[in-house]
Design a protein around this ligand. Sequence first.
Ligand code: NAD
Length: 282
Amino acid sequence: MGTIIDGAHWADISRQETAQKVHALKKEGVTPHLVVLLIGDHPASASYVRGKEKAAQSVGITSDIMRFPAETEEQVILDTLDRLNQDPLVHGILVQLPLPAHMNEQRVVARVAFEKDVDGFHERNVGALSIGTNRIVPCTPLGVMELLRYEQIDLAGMHAVVIGRSNIVGKPMANLLLQANATVTICHSRTKNMRDWTRQADLLVAAVGIPRFVTADDVKKGAVVIDVGINRVDGKICGDVDFSSVESVASKITPVPKGVGPMTIAMLLSNTVRAAQMQQQG
Ligand code: NAD
């Protein structure tokens, strides 16, 4: 039976490290400040945003949530972002996704100054990651890398298979694993005979969005399995990995909940501090 990777524990350790950095910044007269824009009344988004606010508070980061009705014109959001970009007391800006259908997500995300883009979604941050001059890296894949570091998993030479190629998880995940000298394969919705790839994986990362998609038959014995998925089934949260069957094949595995999820929020805090540090250094 595989060891369960305790994401909640490691997120706690990460928050302690971040709190120390916040303390150091405050000594220099800088209080890292995060502004979250919440547009519309998506219930899951509202709960994510509350979680982010609470987590920020726990490490000494101050935060504001700016709430806008769903019918707000895009221009109002763009003007707000312009103002926040100019405000020296704001270090991190996050636009909670998804946006209402009438807004152009790419245009809105691109308007956040890349220095304050704590989600790491701005083209300049994405570009930096792809050429290995990382600035701000998307929270979820960064959280996975931190989990692997805490668990002392040496990725060099490992065959890492990532299922999913989204801009927020799959692609940046693959880039980070490549930077850590893994041999990386990306599988996606058009991959043929996917099991042929996943069964070769020393490290398997599932970011698919389909409940319990990865089963024991997809996994090589002794592989490390990271489940990024968050799916709601019958009112309960489950991952993209069929935990009960895969647990007996994997050497290490993240549960859902309390696996990657807590690390994602911890990385938002860490990114906010990094943004404040970079702005401080000029
Ligand atoms: P997405 O829908 O943008 O991307 C899903 C990817 O899976 C796509 O690239 C697609 O090609 C691939 N895919 C779909 N069907 C497939 C199939 N049958 N076989 C192989 N590949 C297939 O989703 P996302 O934003 O990358 O999120 C993925 C999952 O991770 C979701 O469950 C989401 O809720 C979760 N998530 C969790 C966190 C966290 O903090 N833990 C953060 C972001 C996303």
